[in-house]
Design a protein around this ligand. Sequence first.
Ligand code: GRF
Length: 208
Amino acid sequence: MRLGVLISGSGTNLQAIVDAIDSGALHASVVVVISSRPEAYGLKRAAAAGIPVVALSKETYDDPDLADEGIASLLGEYRVDYVVMAGYMRRVGLPVLMSYEDRVINIHPALLPSFAGAQGIADALAHGVKVTGVTVHFANATYDDGPIIAQRAVDVLEDDTEETLAARIHEVEHRLYPEALRLLADGRVSIERNGCGCRVCRILPRGE
Ligand code: GRF
């Protein structure tokens, strides 16, 4: 399973995926890392792991459709099977979504459909929820939408700040993203329509 990872920031999820591959827990390879920001620390992590990197400038996104066409063609050049968004702070547009239908994955630091958007952790805290968590899902044209592959709950503690809650959420992310990718690598994720007409993921038992 050839992964193209899209980042914008520190790249701790990218690192968790690379570590899972290195340890043999995930049978995949990260074949290219594309960053929407040239200064993203994740680019250093990728380079240290010997992964080809492409850094896009802010100007690249002046025309978002053109930027996305460029990204889609890069992913094609690297013969990517799955596009993995790992803290990518740009919307993935139609050129990528159409080339990689049901093959673009995102991780979100809340239990979707609650607290979608860029402030998932702060919003959950502000609402006083007692449980939040992490969601790995297929991306579609709507932000933080699409069939859910895996979720894990994280308790919100009475004395949590955004920083302490974020730290526990990130720990869970670093385990859940490789686990979700492993389900895909093992062919255990089936997208089906449920009784409500929604497209949802069914996780197949091992060996089905
Ligand atoms: C993660 O919290 C992820 O859920 C969100 O962006 C953050 C990325 O962190 N989409 P990192 O760059 O992987 O450290």
